[in-house]
Design a protein around this ligand. Structure first.
Ligand SMILES: Nc1ncnc2c1ncn2[C@@H]1O[C@H](COP(=O)(O)OP(=O)(O)OP(=O)(O)O)[C@@H](O)[C@H]1O
Ligand SMILES: [Mg+2]
Length: 605
């Protein structure tokens, strides 16, 4: 919700770079030009019909004053007034449908653009922006643009047509009286500008308070077990109460401005009315205007109140819309650091091998490299990666899965520098199971099939069997149709990991990277899973990050990372013999394993 505060500060920047920003919506206006033209034509039609009503009234009043009115003539005029009102109502429906509908189409187009751009961005982009920030763009900013291009534009055109026409009609009746009646109007425009500005500002604060409150409730609900475990209920209640009070206070402030806006408008409108009543009345007595003119004049004056208010309101809407559009423009023109180059190729056949050549990598937010001078070859077979926490294991996996950019000449896939290959070439061959299992709030079957859209029930089951979760799925109330996540059953950490693994196993990608994703499994299940993975003939390269020596001992080669560097590599026996870190890990786990499962005296690995 940070963006909410930027409205005022960002205004000069918005003005400076208006050209490219407006270029973003120009094609959308062009695409719907016919719709807009029709919409504005009906809008002008409504204004015209509204403006002829006072003329009809004038005719009726004049005929009454002259004594020439008959029941029939009055009924005729009433009929015309009714027809004008009905016509205006019908046309009003049309312009609403056409123009407000246009603003919704524009909103949809921009939303699609933001969404597809966000999907193109790399991990660094998401590390700089919170999901709240992106949501604010998609909701608040988009709404501001939609309002400016919809109701804002309508009000501007409407106010212009109505005020020019009403003032012309008034001036036609009597120019002097018109000048007098218009005297208070600028004050109305200025006060609306000021009050709607305050209104927007306070409304932003309400929005911000609301999002703080809902975010607080959401985080409490998500971590309800923690709240209860630490008996923090009272504390949570107090914070919620405090946030609730602030929310109410800011709402009252909005209501106060709202309460001022219309009385101020009425006051100014009535001031004009007083002037017209006094001077117009005298003009009528003196015969300079007819009684009908006098009535029509007052009606036109009332019709002017809204356009005058609209000037201030539209000015605010436009400013907010431009600022928001500029923020959206900035977001959608940010360039991913990791992207396909124009000359990147996508060979059909490529060996699923990785080679790292003095690879050094730092995260954007950190000056210390997470990986340093790494040289290794991963050519078919099953590899283990281990090392202390923070040693760079996950970073390495994510570089292999092409989630972060790497310098040229450091990382090769199938003997080609990855930077010369399209991202999809590598990504579509790598099945990556991250350290944290990410599941969608959907059925188990859909969660697994995400790895292979359109997978058959048989394929889904086979993948679940390989990930050793098939039997547990059958125990759920609806089997594979059971919903998981917030609206469904809660899975254990190990179940989540195996589902994420099944999602990777259903793909027929030739590289499988498992980043510590078996950690929550017991030793037996872990082995079952490993067996089924290794037994797959078509998978050429398997990389398993693990801290468990038992699992690592079954791989073809083990790499040990330490503070981002390759500390050692070799097969299990070699490392046991020469690497103290590996030996210590083994001894520690052997002791724990003896304590838990293995009868005393039986030597673990
Ligand atoms: N997104 C990130 N931005 C900045 N620094 C990061 C990021 N992710 C990891 N790091 C840093 O990079 C280093 C390596 O982290 P990495 O996650 O690769 O370690 P790891 O070996 O996987 O650890 P663990 O065993 O705890 O999973 C750490 O110092 C970590 O703080
Ligand atoms: Mg990790």
């Amino acid at each position: 919700m940070k963006t909410l505060h930027k409205t005022v500060d960002d205004a000069p920047a918005a003005r400076r770079r208006l050209g490219p920003v407006l270029a973003m919506i120009r094609p959308i206006f062009a695409r719907y030009a016919l719709r807009l033209a029709l919409g504005f034509a009906t809008l002008v039609g409504v204004d015209f019909l509204q403006l002829i009503i006072p003329r009809l009234l004038k005719t009726a009043v004049d005929s009454l004053a002259a004594g020439s009115a008959t029941g029939k003539s009055l009924a005729g005029i009433s009929g015309l007034i009714l027809a004008a009102a009905v016509g205006a109502a019908l046309l009003r429906f049309c312009w609403r449908y056409l123009i407000i509908g246009f603003s919704r189409l524009l909103e949809r187009d921009i939303r699609n653009r933001i969404y597809s751009h966000v999907l193109k961005m790399d991990r660094s982009f998401f590390e700089k922006r919170t999901s709240g920030d992106i949501m604010a763009h998609i909701s608040n900013d988009l709404q501001a643009v939609q309002m400016a291009c919809g109701i804002g534009l309508v009000s501007a055109v409407d106010a212009l047509v109505m005020s020019v026409a009403a003032i012309s009609f008034m001036a036609y009746i009597n120019p002097q009286l018109t000048l007098l009646a218009l005297l208070p109007m600028p004050f109305l425009a200025v006060s609306t500008l000021f009050l709607t500005g305050r209104l927007h500002h306070r409304f932003n604060i309400v929005q911000e308070q609301f999002s703080l409150l809902t975010e607080f409730v959401r985080s409490t609900l998500v971590s309800i077990r923690l709240v209860k475990a630490y008996t923090m209920e009272n504390m949570q209640r107090k914070v919620s109460d405090r946030l609730g009070k602030k929310y109410v206070r800011s709402n009252i402030r909005v209501a106060m401005i709202h309460g001022l806006l219309f009385p101020v408008a009425a006051l100014v409108g009535n001031l004009g009315m007083l002037l017209v009543l006094y001077y117009g009345g005298r003009f009528a007595i003196e015969g300079r205007i007819s009684l009908g003119d006098f009535v029509a004049f007052i009606t036109y004056l009332y019709m002017l109140v809204w356009p005058m208010m609209a000037i201030g309101w539209v000015a605010n809407l436009t400013q907010r819309g431009l600022t928001s559009l500029q923020r959206i423009h900035e977001l959608t023109t940010s360039i991913p650091r990791l992207k396909d180059l124009a000359d990147s190729s996508s060979p059909e056949v490529i060996d699923p091998w990785f080679r790292l050549q003095n690879l050094t990598f730092s995260y954007q937010s950190s000056s210390r490299p997470a990986l340093q001078d790494l040289t290794m070859e991963l050519r078919g077979g099953i590899y283990g990666i281990t090392g202390r926490t923070g040693s760079g294991k996950s970073t390495l996996c994510q570089l292999l899965a092409r989630l972060y950019p790497v310098p040229d000449g450091c990382l090769f896939f199938g003997s080609r520098d990855v930077n010369t290959l399209s991202l999809d070439t590598v990504r579509s061959r790598v099945a990556y199971v991250g350290q944290e299992a990410i599941l969608f709030s959907d059925t188990i079957a859909e969660n697994i099939a995400y790895g292979k859209p359109g997978a058959t029930a048989g394929e889904i089951e086979a993948a679940a069997q390989k990930a050793a979760i098939h039997n547990e799925i059958l125990d759920f109330p609806k089997g594979y149709g059971t919903t998981v996540g917030e609206r469904g059953v809660t899975l254990s950490g190990g179940q989540r990991q195996r589902l994420a693994l099944a999602r990777a196993l259903i793909t027929d990608r030739s590289v499988l990277i498992i980043d510590d994703a078996l950690a929550a499994l017991d030793v037996e299940t872990e082995h079952q899973v490993l067996r089924s993975i290794v037994s797959r003939q078509d998978r050429n390269l398997i990389l398993i990050v693990s801290q468990r020596v038992k699992l690592l001992s079954e791989t073809d080669r083990i790499f040990i990372l330490e503070k981002g560097r390759l500390q050692d590599s070799g097969i299990h026996g070699e490392l046991l013999a020469r690497n103290s870190l590996y030996r210590t890990m083994n001894e520690k786990q052997a002791r724990e394993s003896v304590g838990r499962h293995v009868p005393v005296g039986q030597r673990p690995v």
